[in-house]
Design a protein around this ligand. Structure first.
Ligand SMILES: *Cc1c(COP(=O)(O)O)cnc(C)c1O
Length: 420
């Protein structure tokens, strides 16, 4: 049965036919693709076609689909019991590995998604500081918990407006929303209201408005300004963590966040999330401290096994240089073709992350990203799909080169792109 037929069936029983909105292809139009299987960079669809995947399940699959060692350990672990709701040796070992690879984490708590990790990190920051407000950046996505579904309103200094129905304005009244890369504004807000602000949360490299890099001094400035008023700095590294090195991005640039959240890669394709920080801060979590946090499936043995194997492979094989070279080749190629054909676009890239932005000017925040030509992005998406390449079905997302990609895949992608 084709993707179109499955989508028709699914729409009757799943809202919009999807379990996460971006999968409905509203950003690009057309019928969503139904995936059947994946191995390495290849995915098979219900339409009987094979695609080369540059979406990678939105980030977890840095080692490609169904890597043998990960599948083996998942199967073996599953056979020994899917969940216990009790302690296992493996979760202690996994926490040891994470805290070894990420020196700024003395302790780590496992949860089941990035959303849950960030939600818990915010509660922890509020509980630890005894303060209520937070600062977030417009265009940074931190999962779908109430107080993070905030868009910049007209009244920046009085809190943002909710970006979803069903979110109580009370939940977002305590959230300041500031443009990404606007350090001065953060400094102003902290100066005016710092004693009430529990945390500043940021994606150190933004990946949810397309790929937007922090400008020189931005993250350093956040660290300095937050430290000066006892506000915690939270790095949401659900995308960034283990992406560019076998550790956090914060660690590689020498900026220590107070709390770091992880997800995606650390589950190796299984549902997982984590938050970590110093012993002092993490000790505020129950049962040691007053901040409640719990989960029936937290530390799930199968997810932990997949994550452990993934981090071990990343540590031992360190595919990062290879991924960086391929990512750069891809972005340079796209930019060269754009130049030659006078296309109104440029490709942002860092390591394996890349976003073709459909405008020439650099993108430094959400307003810039919104100014890109979304119709042109949709045309690009469908052109690449028709040529056998799956990229994120939204102009506000990052595409990924994985360790399973080779130079041939990059060349083939560029060959197809040159016909755009
Ligand atoms: C994906 C993502 C999340 C949410 O993670 P889920 O596992 O989808 O809940 C949070 N923060 C960032 C930066 C993300 O990219």
């Amino acid at each position: 049965m084709t993707s179109a037929k499955w989508f028709e069936r699914a729409q009757k029983v799943i809202p919009g036919g999807v379990n996460s909105p971006v999968r409905a292809f509203n950003g690009v139009g057309g019928t969503p693709v139904y995936f059947k299987s994946g191995k390495g960079v290849n995915v098979q669809t219900e339409d009987g076609t094979e695609l080369i995947d540059f979406c990678g399940s939105w980030g977890p699959l840095i080692l490609g689909h169904a890597r043998d060692e990960i599948v083996d350990v998942v199967a073996k672990t599953a056979a020994d019991g899917l969940t216990f709701g009790a302690n296992t040796a493996a979760e202690a070992e996994f926490a040891e590995l994470i805290t070894t690879l990420i020196p700024e984490m003395d302790m780590v708590r496992l949860v089941s998604s990035g959303t849950e990790a960030v939600m818990s990190a915010i509660r922890l920051a509020r509980g630890y500081t005894g303060r209520r407000k937070i600062i977030k950046f417009d265009g940074c996505y931190h999962g779908h918990s109430d107080y993070l579904l905030v868009a910049a309103g007209s009244g920046l200094l009085t809190g943002g407006t909710t970006s979803s129905a069903g979110v109580s304005p009370a939940a977002t009244e305590e959230v300041y929303v500031v443009p990404y890369n606007d350090l001065e504004k953060v400094q102003d807000v902290l100066k005016a209201d710092g004693e009430n602000i529990a945390a500043v949360i940021v994606e150190p490299i933004a990946g949810n408005m397309g790929l937007v890099e922090p400008e020189p001094g931005f993250l350093e400035g956040l660290r300095e300004a937050t430290a000066a008023c006892g506000t915690l700095l939270i790095f949401d590294e659900v995308i960034n963590g283990f992406r560019l090195a076998p550790t956090t991005f914060g660690h590689t640039i020498g900026i220590e966040a107070d709390i770091t959240t992880l997800g995606k890669i650390i589950g190796g394709g299984m549902p997982i999330g984590a938050l970590g920080g110093s012993t002092e801060i993490m000790s505020a979590l129950a049962p040691l401290g007053p901040v409640y946090q719990a989960g029936t499936l937290s530390g799930n043995p199968v997810a932990v096994a997949a994550g452990m194997k993934t981090l071990e492979l990343l540590r031992d094989e360190s595919p990062y240089l290879k991924i960086e070279i391929l990512g750069k080749k891809l972005a340079d190629g796209i930019n060269a073709i754009a130049e030659e054909k006078e296309l109104d676009l440029h490709c942002a890239q860092r390591g394996g992350m890349f976003t073709p932005f459909f405008r020439k000017e650099a993108v430094r925040n959400l307003d810039d990203s919104k100014a890109c030509d979304q119709k042109a992005h949709a045309a690009y998406f469908h052109h690449m799909l028709n040529h056998g390449f799956y990229t994120p079905p939204s102009g506000f997302e990052v595409a990924f080169v994985s360790a399973a990609h080779t130079e041939e895949h990059i060349n083939a992608f560029l060959e197809a792109f040159s016909k755009l």
